[in-house]
Structures are given as C-alpha cells and as structure tokens.
Design a protein around this ligand. Structure first.
Ligand code: GCU
Length: 702
C-alpha cells in the first residue's frame, strides 16, 4: 500500500528471489539515465522506486557511464548517449515507430550492462516498464535482445469522469479520483494512475463523460449528464485539464476531452450547432486554438452524437461524416484527432443493424484525422455478443475497437469476470473482409489513426477497480492494446505474478479462477446460447444493470410461448447479411450457427434440438445451473488460498465471491423460472424450482 492508502496493483516490485537478485543487482544497481525531458524524469522516478523494491537496495543514478562498477543499466536515446550508440544499431532504433523500444544485454568496457533505448522519450518509458515487468516476473536479464513496437497506434482509456460530481459513468469503484474542485492542485494518485496506464502502454485518456447532454432532452442517461461536457472547454476548465496533462505527459499519455455536439450553443449561446454553418466552423476552430494554447499535446475530442439523447448532426439533417469533419478541420492544424462513436441508435426495430446502416455508406467520407470508434459488438457490451459487422466493412476509414473494461453487465465492482478471453475472441475474429485470414485486430493496427479504446474502470476505491481481481482487466486491456497477438495465458500469468508473487499454488489458483470466470458469468446471466439484455434496468434514472430481470426486455430476447431468440437471419431483421461470407451463411443457418450465439441470430422453438440432442430449453437450464456450480467452485478455490496471500486481499476477494455466489443463484433462479413460465417445459433433472417466490425474484434494493 502506498502512503495515500490505495493498492499498488501490478506495480508492487516485491524483492526478487535470491539468485536472480544477485544478477539483477549486478546490472541494475547502478543506473545511467538521460535527463532533460518530462518522460525521463518519470523513468528515473520509476527506476528508483522499482529497484529499491526488487533489489532491496536503492540504486545509484548517474548522468554519465559509471566506472569501476561490475555493471549498470543504461536508459536513453542513441542521440543523447554515446554509450548506447556504441551498443545498438542506431539505424534499427531510428526505424522504430513511436513508442517502440529496444532492450539489449551488452558488455561495455568490461561491465555487464542492460541498455534500454528508443528513438522517442515515450519509447524509453515503455522500454523501462518492459524491463521492470520482466524482472517482476523473475525472468533473467543477462541475455536480452528485445525489440517491440506497439501494434496499435492509439491505445486509449475512456475514463468518462463526470466532472464536478465526483462520479464516473459506469464507474463501480467509488467516486472519481479526479478532484475537479481542487484542480489545478494535484494529487499523488494522479501520478500513480498515469504510472499504471503507461506501464501497460496506454497512450491516451479521455477525461470526461460522453454523456454531456443538454438537460431536458429526455433520455435514461440524463441523471449522469449535467454541465460537465462543456465546463471543461472554458478557460477555468482548461486550466484544470492542463494540470492533469502535466502529470500524464511525463508518462506519454495524452489527454482528450469528450465534447457535446452543441457546445457552441451551450458555451456561447449560438442558436445553432449546424456543422455546415460557417460561424459554427469558426467557433470550433477558435476553441481548438484555445485548447492547444493551454495543452500543446492535447489528443483531441471524443463525441457521442445522436445517441441516447445526445445532440448530433441529425439535429440539422447532416450526416455523421459532415458532423465529424467540422471538428476534424478545427483540430487538424494542431495535430488533434476526432474520435467519433458509432454508438448511434435511432428507431430501428433491431438495434443491431443500426451502426452498420449509419456508417458503412459513409466510408471514405471522413477526414484523415477522424477515428470511428465502434463497440466490440452490435448492441452494448453484453456478456456475449457477436463481433460488430463494421469491422471489415470500412476500408476507407480509421476504426477503433471500443471495449468495456468496467463490468457494467458482468457483475460490476463485485463479480470476478475476467474479460481478456472475450477481447481475444473479438480481436481474433475472422471478418473474411479480404478472404480467409482477415482478423479484426488487423483493422485496428492498420494505420496511425486506428486503435483500441477501453471504457475505464478506475475509481477512488483502494483497489482502484472495486475488486482486486478486476485489476486484471485493466492490465489485460493495456497489454492487448499494445500487442493483440499476446495469448491470454501469457497476459494472465504476467498479471498474477506481478500482483500476487511467485508461489506456484497461488499462480495456478488465481489464473484458474480468472480463466473460468467469464464462461460462468455468460452461463448464469444468459443461459449461454447468445441471449442478451436479461438484466434489470429499473426506472429510467436507475439503470441498475446488475440484477436479473428478463421480463423487462421482450424485444431483446424474444421469449414467447413458441420459442426464444431474435430472428436476425436473412428472413428476419437481416442483420446477418452485414457479415462477409462465409460468416453470414454460417450464422444464418441454426444448424451451423455456433451454439453460443444461436439465440442472438435465431428465434427457435423451446424444443429445438441442438447438435447433441438436448433441447434449447434444457440447455438453457443446464447452463444456468452449471454457471452457479462454477462460481461456487471459484469461491472454494479462492478459500484454499487463505494464509498464502495477504489477509487484506484474501478477505476482500473472498467476500466478493460470497456475494457472487448469491447473485449467481438469483440470476439462475430468475432465468430458469422465466424460461419455464414461457415454455412450460420442466427441467428434465427436476432442478428448476417452481415456487411462486422463485418466479418473482424481486430486484435488489439499491
Ligand atoms: C450504455 C451504457 C451507458 C453509456 C452508453 C455509451 O448505454 O449503459 O452508460 O453511456 O452505453 O456507451 O455511450
């Protein structure tokens, strides 16, 4: 725990094991690092902190190569450090993309050294964290020859703070860490947040919420809106953002702001925000200048338009390309970028078709500094959804994949639900856009303006994420955004070792719990056949999304006496036709559609037989029951760790798993009763409790 009493997450830097420690001391007790830029200040701070932990000795920091030492660590660019230029191929370093780095173990004038180098200072930050990760994982450092570049140029956290309310959109880890009233005064916690982000390669953070609507435009999200969206664009607001930027800059993280599309009206009383109005164009250009005067490395604007009550170009009969481009023109002279969300939904009967119908026809019409940010699935971060049809449909546009790190629909700050396997599935999904072997991840790594965005998870809670185990999702998000080819096991193993140390029993158990958690959640929250939106929403202003309440959502799961599921086939809403062949054909036929997505694409009779002869309704029952069994098992596996990890974290997770079991049972009981009521087909194992009380599980009181 650090002084302010919150967790260090994966940056604990526990002492290395004996033998390893000696070799680490030889090469890292003396550190020769450049000075001069904000990033290098951060590098030196991190090395001081990390080496003190790992080596159990404070390192000596030098501004020239130390003599008469057995070895040392050198961090800098070849331009600035001759010793480094002597040790690596300078051409190779110069060829590295922004953020790329090179690490080599070398002998230099008889000393055993490790060199961390890059062509940019930001690359040095990532290289340093990479070396520290290796050491925290107990890997040798005497034979290193590593070259890395980030696969995705943009790796952004949508933090989505509600300024001045101390809350975060879909934040389940307590109040916001940003104290806007006190900013520009800074807190140590901002530095630690930036460290966590940079350590996994994140290079942008959208500070404020996308829900920045004009009060009175009636939507369920009104309660989280308010004045936030435009306040930060005023002089006072920008001063606060500039203060945060000064912290993030040291770690190579650029700040972004969400803006309300009607900002000219809100801030300066314009009577229109029409993107084709010259006065509006000029307003945005002026605003961009003000922003860049205050924050020269500002990243750009994020916009949620024409969605859930937000303003947008449709207010003026303009397209989304016209809408985005006016902002893009304003940002372009400053090197800024517009992130335009594809989360638009109007009055379509099947919401799944909307994003593609809106944006695919606009391919090629967005300016070069516009990134279209698309949720991973067509609906909204459900435990399981098919992959968005826009990936692979817009060759002429920079796309970013939007993932949700915060667990809005997967147990919030309470349940253990490890999302890395879900994200891997999305990234590896073969769109077939250019024939077989066209994984979605290639779309996001394709160009400078493409990338990955994650809806943030961090709050003031001492755990940062509400549940210690949910830290793994933040870690995994960054690692995959940097390198989508990493496999889940590698990411999990890295996180567990850095977070809980090297005890093999702990590593096995925690990794196993994470591994099994997502399929269990999918089973007890959906029945595992592709159903979505089975959760409780409540009154418009509540939006609970934690408890079960399938009866609220007939349009999303399609349960009737005859069957269940939504017909999105060619004969139904036609959504399936937005995929390339042979994906479309595979999903279109219930015989070939993968079972886990079956009811997303098909409305089927309750007694429809699956490949192994089990009926749909029986499989739904079985999955709901087995999901609960797995969660009970996770709880027991965790309990076996008592005494093997510190009490604080042990008890915290144990308590949450207790709650998860209870909650999973509520989901199971509600869902199976719901399936039974519609199908009137009993569970063949006689497990479905058919009591009145079970049929009407009341929503939890908040
Ligand atoms: C969901 C979520 C909202 C969020 C929205 C979005 O609807 O519940 O809180 O604002 O997605 O992504 O914009």
């Amino acid at each position: 725990m650090s002084l302010e009493s919150y967790d260090d997450c994966w940056l604990r830097y526990e002492p290395a094991d004996g033998e390893r420690r000696e070799s680490y001391r030889t090469r890292c007790e003396n550190v020769y690092a450049s000075v001069g830029s904000p990033e290098l200040g951060a590098v030196r701070d991190e090395l001081r902190r990390a080496m003190t932990g790992l080596l159990e000795r404070e390192p000596h920091l030098w501004q020239h190569p130390p003599r008469s030492v057995e070895g040392f660590l050198a961090v800098g660019t070849p331009d600035e450090m001759e010793m480094i230029a002597d040790s690596v191929s300078t051409d190779r370093v110069a060829a590295l993309g922004d953020g790329g780095f090179r690490i080599r173990s070398v002998e230099w004038e008889g000393a055993e050294c490790v060199v961390v180098t890059a062509s940019t200072d930001r690359g040095l930050v990532y290289g340093t964290f990479h070396l520290l990760r290796r050491m925290a994982n107990g890997h040798p450092i005497d034979d290193l020859d590593v070259t890395e570049e980030p696969a995705n140029h943009e790796r952004v956290i949508d933090h989505w703070d509600d300024p001045f309310r101390r809350s975060v959109e879909r934040g389940y880890a307590g109040p916001s860490i940003f104290d806007w009233e006190r900013l520009p005064d800074l807190r140590e916690r901002y530095v630690d947040y930036a460290r966590l982000l940079a350590s996994v390669g994140i290079n942008g953070v959208v500070l404020n919420n996308v829900n920045t609507k004009i009060p009175g435009r009636g939507s369920a999200n009104e309660f989280v809106s308010g004045k936030a969206g435009w306040q930060l664009l005023t002089q006072d607001g920008l001063e606060k953002v500039a203060a945060l930027a000064s912290v993030f800059r040291r770690y190579g993280v650029r700040p972004y702001l969400s803006v309300n599309y009607a900002a000219p009206m809100l801030i300066d009383d314009y009577d229109t925000a029409d993107p084709l109005d010259p006065d509006v164009e000029e307003w945005w250009a002026r605003k961009a200048e003000e922003v860049y005067d205050a924050i020269p490395d500002f990243g750009g604007f994020l916009v949620k338009a024409d969605s859930e009550g937000q303003n947008g170009p449709y207010d003026y009969d303009r397209t989304h390309a016209e809408g985005a481009n006016v902002l893009a023109r304003a940002l372009e002279p400053h090197g800024g970028r517009v992130w335009w969300r594809a989360f638009v939904y109007a009055d379509h009967d099947d919401r799944a078709v909307q994003a593609y119908e809106t944006f695919e026809p606009l391919d090629g019409e967005f300016l070069d500094n516009v990134t279209l940010q698309v949720k991973n699935g067509p609906i909204d971060f459900q435990p399981r959804e098919p992959v968005s049809t826009l990936f692979g449909a817009m060759d002429g546009t920079d796309l970013a994949c939007e993932l949700q790190i915060t667990q809005e629909y997967t147990g919030q700050g309470v349940h253990t639900c490890y999302l890395v396997p879900q994200w891997k599935e999305v990234l590896d999904f073969d769109t077939h856009a250019s024939g077989e072997g066209s994984p979605a991840k290639d779309v996001f790594s394709g160009s400078e303006g493409a990338g990955i965005a994650g809806v943030g998870v961090v709050g003031e809670d001492p755990t940062w994420t509400g549940n210690y185990l949910s830290q793994a999702n933040l870690y995994g998000f960054g690692r995959l955004a940097w390198d989508p080819d990493l496999d889940t096991e590698t990411v999990t193993d890295e996180w567990v070792r850095q977070t809980f140390g090297g005890d093999p029993a702990v590593i096995d158990t925690v990794s196993g719990i994470l591994h099994d958690s997502l399929p269990a959640t999918v089973d007890y929250e959906t029945g595992g056949l592709g159903l979505i939106h089975m959760m409780y929403n409540g009154e418009a202003r509540l939006e609970n999304h934690y408890d079960p309440s399938p009866a609220e959502w007939p349009g999303y799961h399609g349960a009737t006496e005859d069957g269940i599921g939504i017909d999105r086939t060619s004969g139904g809403s036609g959504y399936v036709g937005q995929y390339h062949e042979p994906v479309a054909e595979t999903y279109d036929d219930p015989e070939t559609c993968p079972e886990e997505l079956l009811l997303f694409f098909h409305h089927l009779p309750w007694e429809y037989e699956l490949a192994d002869g089990t009926t749909v309704v029986q499989r739904l029952y079985d999955n709901c029951f087995s999901g609960v069994e797995v969660v009970r098992d996770l709880r027991e596996r965790w309990q076996a760790l008592a005494g093997r990890i510190d009490d604080r974290r042990y008890r915290h997770v144990a308590e949450r798993l207790e709650e998860q079991v209870v909650q999973a049972e509520r989901w199971r009981d509600t869902l199976v009763a719901f399936f039974y009521e519609h199908s009137e087909i009993p569970d063949e194992h006689g497990r479905v409790p058919l009591t009145e009380s079970n049929r009407a599980v009341p929503p939890r009181e908040d």
